[in-house]
Design a protein around this ligand. Sequence first.
Ligand code: BG6
Length: 482
Amino acid sequence: MQLVAFDRRRGKERIREMNLKYKFPAKFWWGAATSGPQSEGRFYKKNDNVFDYWYDTEPQDFFNRVGPNVASNFYNSYKEDISMMKQIGLNSVRTSIQWTRLIKDFETAEVDEDAVCFYNKVIDEFLKQGILPVMNLHHFDLPVELYKKYGGWESKKVVDMFVLFAKKCFELFGDRVKHWVTFNEPMVIVEGEYLYQFHYPKLVDGKKAVQVLYNLNLASAKVIEVFHKSVCAQNGGEIGIVLNLTPSYPRSQEEKDVKAANFVEDFFNRSFLDTAVKGKFTESLVETLKKDNVLWESTDEELKTIHDNTVDFLGVNYYQPRRAKAKEEPFDESKGWMPDKYFDDYKLPGCRMNPYRGWEIYPQAIYDIAINIRDNYNNISWYLSENGMGVEGEEKYIKEDGSIDDQYRIDFYEEHLSWLHKAIEEGSNCFGFHAWTPIDCWSWSNAYKNRYGYIAVDLATQIKTIKKSGYWIKKVAAQNGF
Ligand code: BG6
């Protein structure tokens, strides 16, 4: 009897699979991404990161004055949360190990035993639920102590302390975690902290920004070197980096616009992509920075480390495209060098927008990214490590049964996935799709303004409810397509 029922079910599944418009490769990752500082809450954390400190000193900078103290309470509810992730069919999830939680003393990398116990329980729970844990080592969460003492990522001493932290992570958790990430969106550290003032310490200093950009590349390569020499790699583990590759489209095909967009590519994308995959900085970028007298300080030995230690795989976060045009007014360099010397941002008239986040919606960019990786980056294996639609005031879409009808998010994902599918059909080596984010989480100074999750969080009660998109991804993951 049971066998008949099983066969009927499989039969139906097969028919559904045959009817799929978009079928993805076998073993495709259908998952989602979050991070430690955005989900755990500060419970029992021995050290503060730059965001903890910023919130404690300037809470008015955070949307509705909501800080990282509770976030989505993952520290206390990780079991229930992971079980909900399982319930919506995710087969892989990225989160991060917090430097400020795991390490008590940054100089010696002495660990906090409570934190070791916590991360062990989290990893074991993911594995027990059949979810592949992908562990990231840095998601903007620099220990504030290291900023105050050494200038944070401006300092190569901090680079070496980060390597010590990473080594500890590999030793402690590398027996079970097989997929590691050195950094999430390192360019955002450069932009937010040193150029455009949206992350603490909110500086505007192009020269420092360039050194930080270099140091982050060095840190990633040094961590990869340690990883590749460790037993984790010998046991089949892999390490990558997650980059926010925002393609830059020129306003027009006029030479001056194309040149402007090309500089944006050089500075904001290739400065991490070329080093991560090819082990070297883009020549045109180096030339420009040299000419402007702002090139980073480097040694031959460091450049060799960057050259010899490239990633095993790439994660690409994509939310919005970037558009550039030639400068309309000459750049005023009296306040110092900025990459903006070479371009102006361009807003395409009439483009589709996500009004809550103020970001353009342009799904086709996924295809362009994928083909660029295929043709110019050795067709390295990669996955779409974040993609998402942040919406403010989602409560207005609550149905009678208490769940949120976020059909707009489903449409957004299907459109992006259709372009990804096309690129895979054309040979791009993409092995997965992670949405931002499994459960609504705290998002830096935007706090809980825009919700992204498959699962909603009621901030007052911390009650979590699966949205319509959560049921959608469950089906997509089960069918391996839609
Ligand atoms: C990504 C980051 O770029 O964007 C996440 O990796 C962040 O950490 C997400 O939360 C959404 O950002 P925002 O500002 O729209 O809430």
